[in-house]
Design a protein around this ligand. Structure first.
Ligand SMILES: CC(C)(COP(=O)(O)OP(=O)(O)OC[C@H]1O[C@@H](n2cnc3c(N)ncnc32)[C@H](O)[C@@H]1OP(=O)(O)O)[C@@H](O)C(=O)NCCC(=O)NCCS
Length: 166
């Protein structure tokens, strides 16, 4: 049984989340964990945008995902916001946590008024495809990444059943 919390309301998990992101994507000669911690501190402030969601198993952190303004895709400066740094700790993988985090982030983005989301997929296109995301474009170059998109619609003032565009 997993629950989702906003890092803003669970700041005790800040270091764990920062470590996950650093080890997975940023640990390179010349970098320190500050490259992750500095921007992530902003997510402790408002809890709205940018935001980090954390999946918890009891009170243990199991995974996290970010909603950010810019994921460094220089070729597409007009797109925002971005789902980024989806990470599930190895011992919690293949139990639906990744899916739960993506869906919770989509819901949060919709609630704060975004109607479209983007992400950079390296080798996980089918994972996102199964969650209703579609290929937006493929960027050629040394990285060869796929940009994916999901239209999440907008919320009206009255609560309604969210629509998933598959
Ligand atoms: C990618 C990642 C977030 C998936 O998290 P997860 O909690 O294991 O994913 P889920 O259990 O929610 O899986 C959702 C679906 O994807 C499938 N899936 C997940 N990981 C998979 C894998 N490595 N290979 C094949 N299928 C996989 C699951 O079978 C599941 O399908 P189902 O709903 O039909 O059962 C996790 O493996 C991870 O953190 N990897 C390292 C970081 C990373 O690559 N992040 C993504 C950057 S684009």
């Amino acid at each position: 049984m997993f629950t989702i919390k906003n890092l803003h309301e669970a700041p005790e998990h800040f270091n764990t989340v920062a470590n996950w992101i650093y080890q997975q994507w940023w640990q390179k000669p010349g970098n320190t964990i500050e490259v992750v911690k500095a921007p992530l501190r902003e997510h402790l402030q408002s809890g709205t945008f940018p935001v980090t969601l954390v999946a918890l198993s009891g009170d243990k952190p199991a995974g996290s995902v970010l909603l950010i303004e810019d994921d460094g895709v220089e070729a597409l400066p007009e797109l925002k916001p971005w789902l980024a740094a989806l990470y599930v700790a190895p011992e919690y993988r293949m139990q639906g946590v990744g899916k739960l985090l993506v869906q919770a982030l989509e819901q949060h983005a919709q609630q704060i008024g975004f109607s479209d989301l983007y992400l950079v997929a390296t080798d996980r296109v089918s994972f996102y495809y199964d969650l209703g995301w579609r290929v937006y474009t493929k960027l050629v170059g040394n990285t060869g990444v796929t940009i994916m998109h999901k239209h999440i619609g907008t919320t009206s003032s009255t609560p309604h059943v969210s629509t998933h565009h598959l």
